[in-house]
Design a protein around this ligand. Structure first.
Ligand SMILES: O=C(O)CCC(=O)C(=O)O
Length: 230
C-alpha cells in the first residue's frame, strides 16, 4: 500500500483499487452469475416481476435469487483484508460473507432525486472508524450503469458534532440539483463505476445509496463488510 493511499482514505473515506483482482477470476464469476440468471429465467420471468418493485428493492430481490458458491473466498482474499486492516489501522474481520449486488438492466431514467442514502452502521464514537466496506466490480460497470454512489468526505459530518451531518441529510432529501448544492462543501458524489476487477473501499460512516441502472446490461457487483475484531 502506498502512503498516499492511506492519506486519501482518511481524508475522503474512500479509496479505489484499480485492477485489484485479475480479469480471468472476474470472468469466471460473471459467467456463473449469468448461468444462474439464465437458469432462473427458464423457470420464471424474474426480471418481469421485479419491474413492479421500487428500483432499490429490485436489487435486493434479484441478488437474493442468485447463489455463487465460493464468491467470498474469490473476492475477499487475505491480501485484500490485510490491506483494509492497514488502511483502518486495526485488524478487521469480514462479517456475513460477501453478497452479490445485482441490478436488472434498464431500470429507468437517471436521477439523483429520491435515492436511498444511508449508512449501514452507527459509529460509536462518531470519530472512530466503525468498519470498512469493500465493493467489487465483477463486470465492467459504465457510469449510470447502477453502481453504488457514495458521498466522499461525509464521514466528517457526525464526527464534527456541529449539525453539518443533519444539514447534509436534509439536502439529500430536498435538493433539486445535488451536484450544484454540494459544491464547496468538502463532500462529493463518487460513482463506483469502472472495470471488472476494480475494488472500491469505503469507510462505513460514508452515506451511500444504490443508483439507477440506465444501461441494457445487468449490473454485477458484490460487497463485503469488515469490522474491527472484538
Ligand atoms: O446496491 C447497491 O449498490 C447499494 C449497496 C448498499 O447500499 C450496501 O451494500 O449497503
Amino acid at each position: 500500500m502506498k502512503p498516499d493511499q492511506a492519506e486519501l482514505f482518511a481524508a475522503q473515506g474512500f479509496l479505489r483499487l484499480d485492477a485489484f483482482h485479475p480479469k480471468r477470476r472476474m470472468a469466471a464469476i460473471r459467467q456463473k452469475v449469468l448461468d444462474e440468471v439464465k437458469r432462473l429465467s427458464a423457470r420464471t420471468s424474474p426480471m418481469k416481476s421485479l419491474r413492479q418493485l421500487p428500483f432499490f428493492q429490485q436489487i435486493g430481490k434479484l441478488s437474493a435469487l442468485v447463489d455463487v458458491p465460493g464468491l467470498h473466498d474469490a473476492l475477499a482474499t487475505p491480501e485484500l483484508i490485510e490491506l483494509m486492516a492497514r488502511l483502518g489501522d486495526r485488524a478487521l474481520t469480514p462479517s456475513r460473507g460477501t453478497q452479490l449486488l445485482l441490478s436488472p438492466p434498464s431500470q429507468g431514467e437517471w436521477t439523483l432525486k429520491g435515492l436511498n442514502w444511508h449508512v449501514d452502521v452507527t459509529a460509536d464514537p462518531p470519530q472512530r472508524l466503525p468498519g470498512i466496506q469493500a465493493f467489487f466490480l465483477i463486470d465492467d460497470v459504465s457510469p449510470r450503469g447502477g453502481a453504488t454512489l457514495a458521498l466522499a468526505g461525509s464521514h466528517w459530518g457526525d464526527a464534527m458534532g456541529d449539525g453539518s451531518a443533519s444539514a447534509l441529510r436534509r439536502l439529500l432529501k430536498t435538493s433539486d440539483d445535488l451536484e450544484r448544492d454540494l459544491r464547496g462543501s468538502g463532500v462529493s458524489i463518487v460513482e463506483m463505476s469502472g472495470r471488472a476487477g476494480d475494488i472500491c473501499l469505503m469507510d462505513m460512516r460514508l452515506l451511500h445509496t444504490p443508483s439507477i441502472n440506465t444501461t441494457r446490461h445487468l449490473r454485477m457487483m458484490a460487497t463485503c463488510r469488515c469490522f474491527p475484531r472484538a
